[in-house]
Design a protein around this ligand. Structure first.
Ligand code: 5RP
Length: 225
């Protein structure tokens, strides 16, 4: 079992009967979904809501009861991975690029459990990855110019084989932008959130409740706040 799988299994063991569980997106979230489905087949009664089309399809294929996103107001726990976690528990997310539903679920959940392996820990958000910024397609040039005026450098995200642009489930394009390290995360978070045409971005401040990581083969839970 690798570290992502170990931490995902540990999280799935903490889910209790009757919970409404938000499913994240990515390889770690997939391990969680698989283990949750296994427990559900053994008799655990839960309902789930998915942060992306791909996670909804996966959950449905494993016979988990998936609720429509627009039918819920609140959930017990949202469980997802992250690309970076800073010492003060700010997160960078979005290599899977469906940021809107991820951030809505993280905010609507009583608890947000973040599942990482040690490679995700960073000194500052943006240390390893550009900041993904989901943008209304018709506004991307004006948004890009705005972000460049904040010192950002980057461009539209392309598909893996570079034959087109990545489009989110809801039709947004993604600007991957690198900003000066001197710009602190919370300031950058506010600047991006206040830029017209930005649908959502990958900085998640003050949203994590618990970070679960593996150290020496054991899962360690860090409660935030
Ligand atoms: C998707 C995400 C993922 O949680 C993040 O990219 C981590 O992915 P993985 O678990 O595959 O390392 O934010 O938008």
């Amino acid at each position: 079992m690798n570290d992502k799988e170990r931490v995902a299994h540990h999280a799935a063991q903490q889910i209790k009967d009757g919970m409404l569980v938000g499913l994240g997106t990515g390889s770690t979230a997939n391990y969680f979904i698989e283990e949750l489905a296994r427990r559900s087949h053994e008799g655990l009664h839960i309902k789930v809501v998915a942060s992306s089309v791909v996670s909804a399809i996966k959950a449905q294929s494993l016979n988990l009861p998936v609720l429509g996103f627009d039918t819920i107001q609140q959930l017990d726990v949202y469980v997802d991975g992250a690309d970076e976690v800073s010492a003060d528990f700010d997160l960078l997310k979005g290599r899977g690029f469906d940021l809107v539903r991820e951030k809505i679920l993280a905010r609507a959940a009583d608890q947000f459990w973040v599942l990482i392996d040690p490679s995700k820990r960073v000194d500052r958000i943006g240390a390893n990855y550009a900041i993904p910024v989901e943008v209304m397609p018709f506004a991307w040039q004006m948004v890009k110019r705005n972000l460049e005026s904040l010192g950002g450098v980057g461009d539209l995200r392309q598909t893996a084989n570079k034959d087109g642009l990545v489009i989110s489930s809801y039709g947004s394009v993604v600007l991957d932008m690198v900003f000066d390290a001197a710009l602190d995360t919370k300031t950058l978070n506010d600047l991006l959130s206040n830029t017209p045409g930005v649908v959502e971005h990958g900085i998640f401040c003050n949203l994590a409740s618990v970070v679960l990581c593996v150290a020496d083969g054991q899962v360690v839970e860090q409660k935030v706040g």
